[in-house]
Design a protein. Structure first.
Length: 326
């Protein structure tokens, strides 16, 4: 009897540590998931542990407008009103439930088969009502007036935003995973992203930061970049860069200050012939980086969209700033 008790205690301890390797007790409670079950197989030499991470509905999500949204059952029809959230739905292997997206949702390719419902800030209420979604995902740019109209029609609106930080993307993915009953996929996705981030940071950790300016906008409508406090400013630092616009906050910048700083490298979007436009623009064409061929293109969707490809964007950014490390 005593031997049985000791064996039982040892099994409990082993299983407890094994469970901790998957997900913590606190995370289980917060995420409303089914706790790990220990399944005994008759005549088997070992006890196998089966971890289930199924969402228990109804589930309450505290979104990024600090609202408590109750999801009564697993959503079968979802609308995404932000490109980053559309990418998240597909990355969580839930693309089959996406029935509506914005005109600006362009990735992955399968999104072209999903009905468009209009712009990010002013989607068509009528089209959304026709789809009759179980859940609508939106980000912080979403207008409160539109949200109120949709909620008055009885639709569930969940606001998910990375809050202008790189790490905030992890929280968005995890919350979307809870809503969509894709928690295991969310956990794996976040783990993969963190692994890639660690790989990049290890590759460039001993290198001198590269002075760089990221061109968001230029020309007659003003000069825009990623200033201090933006998530792209954070990414530049993580990728081994020294942001030339770190002396300002937000996205607006001064061409005069840029010319004065004359940073070693400029980065711009690879789309819309942006590079050619910069090479002819007043002020920009005289920068040393432009004249010496250090105006480099990047897929800005990997940076601008705070979604599951953000770690890929960090890697692409680091390879431009420090090609010698890769």
């Amino acid at each position: 009897m005593k031997k049985l008790s000791v064996l039982f205690m040892m099994m409990v301890i082993m299983l407890t540590f094994a469970a901790c390797g998957q997900v913590t007790q606190e995370e289980l409670v917060e995420s409303n998931v089914v706790e790990s079950e220990v399944v005994e197989v008759e005549n088997a030499p070992k006890t196998e542990e089966v971890v289930e991470m199924a969402t228990q509905y109804p589930v309450t999500i505290v979104d990024h407008f600090d609202r408590q949204v109750v999801i009564e059952s697993k959503p079968l029809k979802v609308i995404s009103l932000a490109p980053s959230l559309t990418e998240t739905v597909f990355a969580l292997d839930a693309g089959e439930v996406l029935k509506g997206r914005t005109d600006y949702c362009t990735y992955p390719e399968q999104v072209n088969d999903v009905q468009a419902v209009g712009s990010l800030k002013d989607p068509s209420i009528e089209t959304i009502a026709e789809i009759a979604p179980d859940v609508i995902f939106a980000s912080t740019h979403f207008q409160t007036e539109t949200m109120t109209k949709l909620e008055d029609l009885g639709f569930k609106v969940v606001i998910l935003s990375a809050q202008d930080t790189f790490e905030g993307v992890y929280d968005v993915i995890e919350k979307a995973g809870i809503v969509l009953d894709k928690q295991e996929q969310a956990q794996n996705l976040v783990t993969d992203m963190k692994d890639k981030v660690n790989t990049v940071e290890l590759a460039i950790k001993d290198l001198e930061p590269t002075p760089v300016y990221y061109v968001v906008g230029f020309g007659e409508y003003g000069d825009y970049t990623a200033g201090a406090g933006t998530f792209i400013d954070q990414m530049i630092t993580m990728a081994g860069g020294a942001n030339a616009a770190s002396d300002t906050e937000g996205w607006s910048y001064s061409l005069e200050k840029l010319v004065e700083k004359d940073p070693y490298m400029l980065l711009c979007s690879k789309y819309y012939d942006t590079k050619a436009g910069i090479e002819m623009a007043n002020g920009y064409k005289d920068l040393t980086a432009v004249k010496e061929g250090r105006l480099l293109e990047i897929d800005n969707d990997l940076l601008d969209r705070q979604g599951p490809r953000l770690a890929d964007g960090l890697e692409a950014l680091a390879k431009l700033l420090h090609p010698e490390a890769f």
